[in-house]
Write a protein that binds this ligand. Structure first.
Ligand code: SF4
Length: 353
């Protein structure tokens, strides 16, 4: 099933991006603080509210630098569940803040802009999943964590990009599986498990899908001695593996990694140069983790517009006014939590996006 229709949320993002996005400085029209006092006010307000600020690896550098914790979606949600803070300010996209709320229902969870959606999560909704399940009665549903709470609630077990293959291997080999929503991650899982009874939803993240095989070939040929980190959501993953197998790029220099996996690999890398195929916000953490290696994007245009909706001004407004709070109804949250906890019980949850 093709699933690329734009949702109202996606359309709204384009309008906002075209009119108001200000990622580098303060916005005089919004009445926000000069940059020199912005960070002080953010920290004071966070302390007064007893709030912890979490930032995803793809956030703007200013947001990453002010946060208490920076990481991947699942890792941050687990931090949210363990913290003593009363409030969680989740600087990421909406499904990530929902996951934090699902794992810590007693805390107040906020996102600086509730319109920060995700083109991958939006490729399947609860009605579409119900219909797909009805076409495959008895199939086990495995959902990547990049899904809404309602979709997780209809899921048997969640997975991350680190453990998707382990989750599938934990399921009876004779059992039919519905894997969603990312087709590139699904193809990767099919390849490494060798199973042919996995049906894969035809969803994709527009940012990662745009990191194309031709981007990869051009960048690799211009940097033949570089290591290569590729997120399995990328449109170039299959080509990279094919190039590695055919010897066009050195197989031992090519790593298919989640965002958390990239960070761990970067810390121990002794390479002069590493090419990175994922959203470009990730480069900020990689460069901080290893200042002696040069990290270059495979596609420098691969910026997520949804992640960039979380601006310094909106973070400050969130702390001042308590907007936007995230709610998940109890029945949905309980069912979704069961799917996430089953994944954690299988082990190696590693990281989400
Ligand atoms: S990079 Fe893609 S998967 Fe990640 S939040 Fe943005 S649209 Fe969603």
């Amino acid at each position: 099933m093709a699933c690329k229709a734009k949702t109202p949320r996606s359309l709204k993002v384009e309008v906002i991006m075209a009119t108001t996005l200000n990622v580098n400085g303060t916005n005089a029209a919004s009445g926000t603080s000069p940059r020199s006092t912005w960070s002080e006010e953010v920290r004071v307000l966070a302390r007064e509210r007893n709030a912890v600020i979490l930032a995803h690896n793809y956030q703007l550098p200013e947001i990453q630098d002010i946060a208490d914790h920076v990481g991947d979606s699942l890792g941050l949600s687990r931090i949210a569940a363990e913290t003593d803070a009363d409030e969680v300010i989740f600087c990421g996209v909406h499904f990530m803040a929902e996951t934090a709320k699902i794992l810590s229902p007693e805390k107040r969870v906020f996102i600086p802009d509730a319109n920060a959606g995700c083109s991958l999560a939006d490729t399947i909704n609860a009605d579409q999943l119900r219909e797909w399940k009805a076409q495959h009665p008895g199939a086990i549903v495995v959902s990547y964590v990049n899904t809404t709470a309602e979709v997780k609630a209809l899921t048997d077990v969640c997975c991350t990009s680190s453990n998707a293959a382990d989750v599938v291997r934990s399921i009876d080999p004779e059992q039919e599986i519905l894997f969603l929503p990312d087709q590139f991650l699904g193809a990767h899982v099919r390849r490494v498990t060798g199973r042919n009874n996995i049906h894969v939803w035809a969803g994709e993240c527009h940012v990662h899908a745009d990191i194309s095989p031709s981007d990869l070939v051009d960048t690799v040929r211009a940097n033949t001695d570089a290591e290569l980190y590729i997120h399995p959501e990328c449109g170039c993953t299959t080509s990279a593996l094919w190039m590695a197998e055919s010897g066009e790029i050195p197989g031992n220099n090519t790593h298919i990694l989640s965002t958390g996996g990239m960070l761990e690999e970067a810390k121990k890398s002794t390479s002069e140069r590493v090419l990175v195929a994922t959203e470009i916000g990730m480069l900020h953490q990689l460069r901080k983790a290893n200042p002696t290696t040069e990290f270059l994007p495979v596609n420098p245009q691969a910026a997520c517009p949804f992640m960039q909706m979380i601006t310094p001004e909106k973070l400050l407004k969130c702390l001042r006014e308590g907007t936007d709070e995230v709610f998940v109804d109890k029945r949905t949250a309980d069912a979704a939590r069961t799917a996430v906890e089953r994944m954690i019980a299988i082990g190696n949850p590693g990281s989400g996006e």
